[in-house]
Design a protein around this ligand. Structure first.
Ligand SMILES: Cc1ncc(COP(=O)(O)O)c(C=O)c1O
Length: 379
């Protein structure tokens, strides 16, 4: 099977000696826009590209507002701050995620409650979420949900759309509504993915995106908040631009703000990438089709998009029968210059998050042990 798989991946990514997991591709107006920033000297936090990126993101996602920031992690941090998350609170999040999701919660000094994943979407399991809330929380007379044991407020639920596949957003939204918990979508990996026709990151009042170099569209480093409420969007813009009060020359700031605004030079690169997004999504889908039929023949489980969803297939992935099988494939393919990767170590297995409250992690542990991510770039 190694030989067959190596042959297949080399057939998809012709002429590449080393096949990366997901390298960026620049074949639009990237150079033109970046050179324009240099020529006009607008390389930093002021400039037309940052604004154009926000407009483009609104068009792509259908979001009412978009706020461009320095990376996906800062977008998550700002999203939590917009809901006033503090050390008095707890935030629910899936254990199977990139560490940035959990770190952003820690930056706010809130406690984490780690929830198991669903075997089909790989994202947060609604049933485990509800079971945990039923057993561990109670609501006060105003309907606010508190942890019965720590007495902290359960303020936010942070759902991440894993590998670009939309999670069970509707079910999770219903649970959050019942318990009066704010929902945030970490859509860092899912630009271009939709759930029942709606773009991921826009179903909750706040969603976040990442434009890291390994994503479907990159700014070098960048992120964005997708926000549906005007007041929250205004607050986000203020908070992420050092809370500066507009004035022609005075430096006046009315809160402890953050220097999170996406620089114009990064936005220039990103705008050109976003202009190519439809093409990238199309290429990705054709790569997925090739993988899908190949693994069907081998009788190996290929991770498909959930029903009623359209996935960007950020990373194509397969699920193997055992940890040993996954590890030997990791070994063999990487030895052959084909970058394959497992999933992130789940948060409950990382030293700093190992003592967090959590559900059982039967699905998360199994997914971590058996899933292998395949080269998926559009190069
Ligand atoms: C799920 C998830 N959340 C957050 C981030 C953080 O984004 P950034 O690297 O832009 O800070 C990433 C990846 O980069 C991610 O995959």
């Amino acid at each position: 099977m190694y030989e067959q798989l190596i042959k297949k991946i080399r057939e998809i990514y012709r002429d590449k000696d080393i096949i990366p997991l997901h390298a960026p591709v620049f074949c639009g107006k990237e150079k033109e826009y970046v050179v324009d920033c240099i020529d006009t000297t607008f390389v930093s936090t002021v400039g037309r590209y940052s604004n154009s990126v926000e407009e483009k993101l609104k068009l792509i996602t259908g979001s009412a507002h978009a706020v461009a920031v320095v990376n996906g992690t800062s977008a998550l941090h700002a999203a939590l701050l917009l809901h006033d998350v503090s050390s008095e609170d707890e935030v629910l999040c899936q254990s199977l995620t990139f560490v940035a999701t959990a770190n952003a919660i820690s930056y706010c000094k809130a406690g984490l409650v780690l929830i198991d994943s669903d075997p089909n979407t790989l994202s947060m399991c609604p049933q485990k979420l509800e079971d945990w809330l039923k057993t561990n929380t109670s609501q006060d007379k105003d309907g606010i949900t508190f942890n019965k044991f720590s007495h902290k407020k359960i303020r936010v639920c942070l759902l991440m759309h894993t590998l670009g596949h939309p999670g069970h957003i509707q079910e999770i939204q219903d649970i959050c509504q019942k318990y009066n918990i704010h929902l945030i979508e970490d859509a860092a990996e899912s630009l271009g993915s939709t759930y029942k026709g709606k773009h991921t990151g826009t179903l909750a009042p706040i969603g976040t995106l990442s434009f890291n170099g390994n994503k479907i569209a990159t700014a070098g480093g960048g992120g964005a908040l997708l926000i549906q409420d005007e007041v929250l969007a205004k607050k986000a813009r203020h908070l992420t631009t050092t809370a500066k009060v507009p004035h022609k020359w005075e430096f006046d700031h009315d809160l402890v703000g953050y220097n999170y605004r996406m620089p114009n030079i990064n936005a220039a690169l990103l705008l050109a990438q976003l202009e190519e997004l439809d093409r990238s999504l199309e290429i990705k889908r054709s790569i997925t089709k090739q993988y899908e039929s190949f693994f069907k023949e081998l009788n190996i489980k290929f991770i498909l998009e959930p029903s009623e969803c359209s996935s960007n297939f950020w990373l194509n992935a397969i699920q193997l029968d055992s940890k040993e099988q996954k590890e030997s494939l990791l070994e063999e393919l990487n030895k052959n210059n084909i970058q394959v990767r497992g999933l992130w170590k789940p948060m409950h297995t990382l030293n700093m998050y190992s003592k967090c409250q959590r559900t059982d992690m039967l699905v998360t542990d199994h997914l971590y042990n058996t899933i292998l991510c395949l080269p998926s770039g559009v190069n």
